[in-house]
Design a protein around this ligand. Structure first.
Ligand code: SF4
Length: 297
């Protein structure tokens, strides 16, 4: 098949740095053991398994405040998604060594939320409920921030006449958030908008939509728990109007998706290790798609 390798794809700099940091700590004989990662370093089990091999314990769960209570001593790593101030306080109280792998783009959003809260703003944070990033971001000013997934979630809130700001999670789809923000603007004309979708997410989504237009189908390599991988599937389907499927590995590819197709696009979420994507590309390059019943006539 003809394979369009969509670029950029795969690990973003925030994930590369986080993985590097954990490996460095694991290899440092002076680091206090055991070494825990608070949550999954990224939402990809291949990346987590790589850290297992370094003897690092990944605590699986999205709620960082609950997870920190499981750590009694040693070193704790905060993931690229960031943590709330309360988690930082608890780590200090327990007496843990802290390694902070929070992505600089997430830290920028935390700083913004603190600044807005100090200036008396009420903040609507558009994010995914249950994802660790909103937990950390909202934890910067819990009394000032409301988590919403859609504009509908803001309907019950008494916000008229308030200084109001909307801030987004870094890994959302820009098309989704634009729609939500335009609804919010209609209802709250005073609202100030801070689009915090990171450049890595934006570039991957824009490339996927652009390149999908010359593909019959697009395969997104990523873990089902990865928000940014799921968003890539969504934007290809909704913005480019092409079929798109999420696969964890080459074994998940269903030949029915490729039937009668000539060109397949491949992209990967920013938490997907390159070797996994490479295997998918190699498989597809060597693959000869069966013709459809119609094509066979
Ligand atoms: Fe940072 Fe964006 Fe990567 Fe998240 S997806 S780690 S915010 S660069």
């Amino acid at each position: 098949m003809e394979v369009v390798k969509i670029t950029p794809r795969g690990y973003c700099y925030g994930v590369v740095d986080a993985m590097k940091l954990v490996r460095q700590v694991a290899e440092n004989p002076a680091a206090k053991k055991p070494i825990f990662v608070l949550g999954l370093i990224v939402h990809n089990h291949h990346a987590v398994e790589e850290l297992d091999r370094y003897g690092v314990i990944s605590l699986d769960g999205e709620n960082r405040l609950e997870l920190i209570e499981q750590v009694k001593d040693g070193t704790v790593v905060f993931t690229a998604h960031g943590v709330s101030q309360e988690v930082r306080r608890r780590a200090e109280e327990i007496g843990l060594d802290v390694v902070d792998a929070t992505c600089p783009d997430v830290t920028k959003t935390h700083d913004l939320i603190r600044r807005l809260a100090d200036d008396g703003y009420t903040i609507l944070y558009i994010g995914r409920r249950g994802h660790p990033e909103p937990e950390g971001a909202m934890g910067e000013a819990p009394d000032h921030v409301h988590l919403i997934e859609t504009a509908k979630d803001a309907e019950g809130l008494d916000l008229d006449g308030r200084k109001l700001a909307v801030v987004t999670q870094t890994t959302l789809s820009r098309w989704d958030t634009e729609e939500t923000i335009s609804h919010l603007r209609e209802r709250f004309p005073q609202i100030e908008v801070f689009n915090e979708i990171c450049l890595a997410t934006q570039l991957r989504q824009e490339a996927a939509v652009r390149e999908a237009s010359r593909c019959d189908v697009v395969i997104v390599v990523g873990d089902t728990r990865s928000n940014n991988s799921n968003r890539l599937v969504q934007v290809v389907r909704e913005q480019a109007g092409r079929p798109a499927y999420l696969v964890d590995t080459v074994a998940d590819i269903d030949p029915a998706w490729l039937e009668g197709k000539q060109t397949v696009g491949v992209t990967a979420g920013s938490s997907t290790p390159s070797p996994i994507t490479r295997e998918v590309v190699q498989f597809l390059e060597a693959y000869k798609a069966p013709e459809t019943a119609t094509a066979r006539g």
